[in-house]
Design a protein around this ligand. Structure first.
Ligand code: HEM
Ligand code: HEM
Length: 462
């Protein structure tokens, strides 16, 4: 069923609302991130109980995950699903209900954590479980709405992006449920479930949704089809087969069965198949057109995102070997990996998608200065962040291996923490500029000419 003007308007409003609220969460969560970064050098700064490191850290991680990245990716997924299927949203009402539930969960989770109510040390699920139920409800609604939208498509094939986004939302409903069921939350089994939850949150939620953006935005920006549709499908299925089994690599050398840890390592190596297959597909789609990057910031953001995916995930494979875990486990090297992937890959993918698609939806464009300031501050800032923690984390790990007193490792990493703070401040400034750009793309003056041809049914697949 072809969309009419009212349907376009409804889709645009939902897309704008998801992007704007996600941007507010990015600003909040990374302001907290910068404060946390400075606390490493000045632990007594901002001491009140509501501002302690222990409360603010999970506020930062949950707000970046479930406020920023999740909301922005769902907004993009709706837009891509409707446009690539040449139809309207299955239910505009459900999209808005989902938006309210996601935000209620994120606000309630943040307040609960700051008041000291949490579900213990279960990473990325510190929100008390009733609040996580609200998030799960929002996920179920989103899955239903995305499937309903794609089911209305006028074509036989489901475009590749929708495989990834619908797959991602469905898997995450399962993961979020497993994280709540009480009989999984005790003893050694809980450790295993924690690894399963943590890694699938990044690998089966953020990763497929971000890859879905690449598969839609890249062909659109370059006006050429994706290099290989079949390779994209192959990467989708191998991702599904290999990812769910690698969670135990977070707990190498723990009391978990040795065979489970070894299996996780083997499948961490197997992950090179979808990662290299997917990255090759994106890079080959760009082949011969790298010069166009210079003229298109959306393409530059996507290019950095693809490199972040390739390098960050490959780094993850190496990190999973026992010999390297011995050095890097529990050090700041892992924090560098987290930001190389969640920032260098997922966040850059979102930015590329928003800059490529929001102007198409609204007919309003950001200025060149805003785009370039955002891009360069984010790239340079995150480069400083990741490199300093990678070096500092390695020194930290070597100090521990050599049996140095713990305080020695703290002294040795100090300078790298200062650099992380500098990189983090640049990243935060880039987010302020991004917020300004989102404002211009959502509510600013209309662009004289739309930056790209208006989207029509299934054209990305063509
Ligand atoms: C597919 C290949 C990947 C492999 C084999 C891999 C491997 C690893 C390993 C071994 C760790 C544990 C480090 C430790 O505890 O010492 C880790 C941590 C982490 N990874 Fe990856 N990674 C991959 C891709 C990704 C991607 C694509 C993302 C984000 C979208 C990501 C996000 C994270 C995060 C956030 C952590 C920190 C978890 C924590 O809090 O302990 N990884 N990864
Ligand atoms: C201005 C930008 C940012 C700054 C300054 C920043 C800073 C920090 C700091 C200081 C920590 C605590 C590290 C520790 O406990 O040793 C942290 C953890 C974390 N942050 Fe950020 N962050 C930023 C942006 C983001 C974004 C946008 C995301 C996700 C999209 C993110 C995801 C994470 C994750 C997953 C962790 C846990 C890492 C782990 O346990 O390995 N951060 N961040």
């Amino acid at each position: 069923m072809s969309p009419g003007e009212n349907d376009d308007r409804a889709l645009r409003s939902a897309f704008v609302a998801y992007t704007v609220t996600a941007t507010l969460w990015l600003l909040f969560a990374t302001a907290v991130g910068v404060l946390l970064a400075y606390k490493f050098g000045a632990p007594d700064f901002a001491p009140g109980e509501w501002l302690t490191f222990g409360r603010l850290r999970p506020i930062h991680t949950n707000a970046t995950f479930f406020g920023w990245a999740s909301l922005a990716l769902v907004g993009l997924a709706y837009y891509v699903a409707a446009r690539s299927s040449g139809t309207r949203l299955y239910s505009v009402k459900l999209a808005w209900i989902g938006l309210v539930l996601f935000n209620v969960a994120a606000v309630a989770g943040t307040v609960a954590l700051d008041l000291g109510y949490n579900d213990g040390n279960l990473e990325y699920r510190e929100w008390p479980w009733p609040i996580r139920l609200i998030f799960l409800a929002a996920l179920v609604i989103t899955a239903w709405n995305l499937i309903g939208t794609v089911a209305r498509r006028g074509t036989k094939d489901i475009y590749l992006s929708n495989w990834y986004t619908i797959g991602g939302v469905l898997w995450t409903c399962i993961i979020a449920l497993v994280a709540i069921l009480p009989w999984y939350q005790y003893g050694l089994g809980q450790v295993s479930v924690s690894g399963y939850y943590m890694h699938n949150a990044v690998g089966m939620w953020f990763t497929p949704l971000a890859l879905g953006i690449f598969y839609y935005a890249l062909p659109k920006l370059l006006s050429r089809p994706i290099y290989s549709y079949a390779l994209g499908v192959f990467a989708f299925w191998t991702n599904l087969v290999f990812y769910p089994i690698i969670g135990a690599h977070h707990f190498l050398f723990s009391p978990l069965p040795w065979w489970l840890q070894t299996t996780a390592i083997v499948f961490s190596v197997a992950m090179l198949v979808p990662v290299w297959g997917g990255s090759a597909n994106f890079l080959l789609t760009m082949r011969g057109r790298l010069r166009d990057l210079v003229h298109s910031y959306p393409l530059m953001f996507i290019f950095v995102g693809v490199i972040g995916y390739l390098v960050g995930s490959t780094q993850g494979t190496f990190e999973a070997f026992r010999s390297l875990q011995e050095v890097w486990h529990l050090t700041n090297f892992t924090v560098g990996h987290s930001h190389l992937t969640m920032y260098g890959f997922v966040t850059f993918a979102i930015w590329g998608g928003v800059y490529a698609l929001l102007p198409l939806a609204t007919g309003k464009a950001p200025g060149q200065l805003g785009l370039s300031l955002h891009f360069w501050m984010a790239v340079v800032g995150s480069f400083i962040y990741v490199i300093s923690l990678s070096i500092g984390g390695t020194i930290q790990g070597l100090d521990w291996i050599h049996g140095q007193p713990f305080i020695e490792s703290v002294v040795d990493i100090q300078a790298y923490w200062v650099w992380r703070g500098i990189g983090g401040a640049l990243m935060f400034l880039s987010h302020v500029v991004f917020a300004w750009n989102v404002w211009r793309m959502s509510f600013g003056p209309s662009a004289k000419a739309a930056p790209l041809a208006p989207p029509r049914a299934n054209e990305a697949a063509a």
